[in-house]
Design a protein around this ligand. Structure first.
Ligand code: AR6
Length: 186
């Protein structure tokens, strides 16, 4: 039975959901991409497969304009064949021990993604747990940064609802504990 949990944060709602982000019908889903927007494994691979063949072309067009997307940046494309209308591509930091600017870059990846959503008047946005897979960011250190940045945006009314997708029961339980510690469940 997939799990979920909701937290009321100011005028907004944060939902933690155990499941596959590609199935979500939010205004935008966030992709944990790489600097070349070249597709890859993990959630990036799943989003590219589900969005279909127009997505790589849209990514190449952006890279032709900006060179590469630095860690902490975020850009938006259509969702193409996804249920979501848009994809916000962000690049999280690669974990190198924590003293190479990783916390700041992770915060920026969430904040920049939320800024792209707000600029485009999007009210619901779904995130994966950026950097906590291939990029190796320890979940217990990533969770307070991710949850804190999402809470700030919700409290400020920048977006109405954030859905955080956790892949598997173990990940869900870790993030739920972190959110319970920070917010207390409604
Ligand atoms: N739905 C929700 N979450 C998922 C899904 C899914 N379908 N699939 C995986 N996850 P990762 P990163 C979780 O590795 O660490 C790619 O190759 C996964 O369990 O996808 O930011 C890119 O091209 C984990 O908790 O992203 C980059 O090169 C979380 O998503 C690199 O990996 C993020 O894991 C980015 O690494």
């Amino acid at each position: 039975m997939p799990q979920s949990a909701s937290f009321a944060l100011g005028p907004g709602t944060l939902r933690l959901i155990e499941g596959d982000i590609t199935l979500d019908d939010a205004d935008a889903i966030v992709n944990a991409a790489n600097a070349a927007l070249a597709g890859g494994g993990g959630v990036d691979g799943a989003i590219h497969r589900a969005a279909g063949p127009k997505l790589p072309a849209a990514c190449r067009e952006i890279i032709a304009q900006i060179g590469h997307l630095p860690a902490g940046g975020a850009v938006i494309t259509p969702g193409f064949e996804l249920p979501a209308r848009f994809i916000i591509h962000t690049v999280g930091p690669i974990w190198r021990g924590g003293n190479q600017g990783e916390p700041e870059a992770l915060r920026s990846a969430y904040a920049a993604s939320l800024a792209r959503a707000a600029e485009n008047n999007l009210s619901t946005i779904a995130f994966p747990a950026v950097s906590t897979g291939v990029y190796g960011y320890p979940v217990e250190l990533a969770a307070p940064i991710a949850l804190g940045t999402m809470a700030e945006a919700l409290m400020a009314g920048a977006v109405a609802e954030i859905r955080l997708y956790l892949h598997g029961r173990h990940a869900f339980d870790l993030w739920r504990c972190a959110a319970d510690d920070l917010f207390g469940e409604i």
